[in-house]
Design a protein around this ligand. Structure first.
Ligand code: NAP
Length: 308
C-alpha cells in the first residue's frame, strides 16, 4: 500500500506531525527505531514547555504525547530505517525487513549526543561514562561525578545529579558558560557543585570495569592533572540522526549533517519535509519541535493536494 505520509521518528516533532496529519484525514505511518519520545524522554524535568505550572518529567510528557497520538489511531511500527529513496513521486523507506511507500515523507529522526572524543570514552561507556543523567544518575547515588560541557544540558543535568550524588564537578572548556543565566545561577548556588572553567578532558581512566579518574588539562597553561571521580556525564552538544540519508538523496545538509528546508519545512526534494531537531534551526527544544510538527502538516497537505 502507498501511505499519504510516512513520518520517520516519534519524538515530539514526529508525534505532533502524526497528530496533525492524522487529524487532517491523511493515511499516516510512523516508523520509530526505539522507544517513542526521543531525547525529551531522557530529560528529567521540563519546565519551559507551556501548559504545566510545575515541571513535568520528560518521560511523563512524552507518554502524554504518545497516548494522544495513539488515541487518533495513528499506525506505528518499531523499525530502524536504513535508507530512503526519494527521487520518484512515490518515496520508499527501507528498513531491515520491509520497504514502505508514501507520497510524502516527514523526516523527524532528531539528534543524538555528540561524543567528547577523549581517550577511554568508548571503553568506559556504560561503565561510568554516560550521556543521560535521568537514565544513569541513580547508579551514582552518593558518589562523586563529573559533568563535561557548558550548555543548557550540562547545567540542567548537573542540577539534577547534585540531588542524587555526593558531589558534581562541571568541567567546561571556556571561561563562560553557554547555558542560560537562570541555570548558571542555580549551579553556582548549589552547595555540592564545583565549577572548573578552562579545562579539557584528555583521558577517561579506570579499572577494567569502572571509571576512577580523568586526566585533564588547563586550556591556557596546558598544565595536566588527574581528577578522581566515580563517573562522567558528557553533555557537549548533539549531532543529527541522519545516517540513513546519503548524498545521492540530494538533500541540502549543513556541515554537521542537519537538513535545510524552506519556511514551509519542505526540503529541496519535492514531497520530503523535515520537522524537529534534524532541521537546520536556531533553537532545538520541545516547543520548537511541536511548532514544526504543526507547521509541516500545512505544507504536506498542500503538496498532496497538488500531486493527487
Ligand atoms: P550546546 O548548547 O551546543 O552546548 C554544548 C556545550 O558543550 C558547550 O558549552 C560547548 O562548549 C561544549 N563542548 C562542545 N564540544 C566540546 C568538546 N569537544 N569538549 C568540551 N566541551 C565541548 O548543547 P546542549 O547544552 O546539549 O544544548 C543543545 C540545545 O538544546 C541548545 O539549543 C539548548 O538551548 C537546548 N536545551 C535547552 C534546555 C532548556 O531550555 N531547558 C535544556 C537542554 C538543552 P562551548 O560553549 O565552548 O562551545
Amino acid at each position: 500500500m502507498i501511505y499519504d505520509v510516512i513520518i520517520i521518528g516519534a519524538g515530539p516533532a514526529g508525534m505532533t506531525s502524526a497528530i496533525y496529519t492524522k487529524r487532517s484525514g491523511l493515511n499516516v505511518l510512523v516508523i520509530e527505531q526505539g522507544m517513542p519520545g526521543g531525547q525529551a524522554a531522557t530529560t528529567h524535568a521540563i519546565e519551559n514547555y507551556p501548559g504545566f505550572k510545575e515541571p513535568i518529567s520528560g518521560p511523563d510528557l512524552m507518554l502524554n504525547f504518545f497516548e494522544q497520538m495513539m488515541s487518533f489511531g495513528v499506525e506505528m511500527v518499531t523499525k530502524r530505517v536504513e535508507k530512503i529513496n526519494i527521487s520518484e513521486p512515490v518515496k520508499e523507506v527501507v528498513t531491515s525487513d520491509a520497504t514502505y511507500q508514501a507520497k510524502a515523507l516527514i523526516l523527524a529522526s532528531g539528534a543524538q549526543p555528540r561524543l567528547l572524543g577523549a581517550e577511554g570514552e568508548g571503553k568506559y561507556r556504560g561503565k561510568g561514562v554516560s550521556y543521560c543523567a535521568t537514565c544513569d544518575g541513580f547508579f551514582f547515588k552518593d558518589k562523586d561525578v563529573v559533568v563535561v560541557g557548558g550548555g543548557d544540558s550540562a547545567l540542567e543535568e548537573s542540577l539534577y545529579l547534585s540531588k542524587i550524588c555526593k558531589s558534581v564537578t562541571i568541567i567546561h572548556r571556556r571561561e563562560t558558560f553557554r547555558g542560560a543565566k537562570i541555570l548558571q545561577d542555580r549551579v553556582y548556588a548549589a552547595e555540592n557543585i564545583t565549577v572548573m572553567m578552562d579545562y579539557m578532558v584528555e583521558e577517561i581512566a579506570g579499572t577494567e570495569d569502572k571509571v576512577t579518574a580523568l586526566q585533564i588539562k588547563h586550556v591556557n597553561t596546558e598544565e595536566a592533572s588527574s581528577l578522581a571521580t566515580d563517573g562522567v556525564f558528557i553533555f557537549v552538544g548533539y549531532l543529527p540522526n541522519a545516517d540513513y540519508i546519503v548524498p545521492e538523496n540530494g538533500l541540502l545538509q549543513d556541515g554537521l549533517g542537519y537538513i535545510g528546508t524552506d519556511e514551509t519545512l519542505m526540503t529541496d526534494q519535492p514531497g520530503v519535509f523535515v520537522a524537529g531537531d534534524l532541521r537546520v534551526k536556531t533553537l532545538r527544544q520541545v516547543t520548537t519541535a511541536v511548532g514544526d510538527g504543526a507547521l509541516v502538516n500545512v505544507a504536506v497537505e498542500r503538496y498532496l493536494s497538488e500531486v493527487n
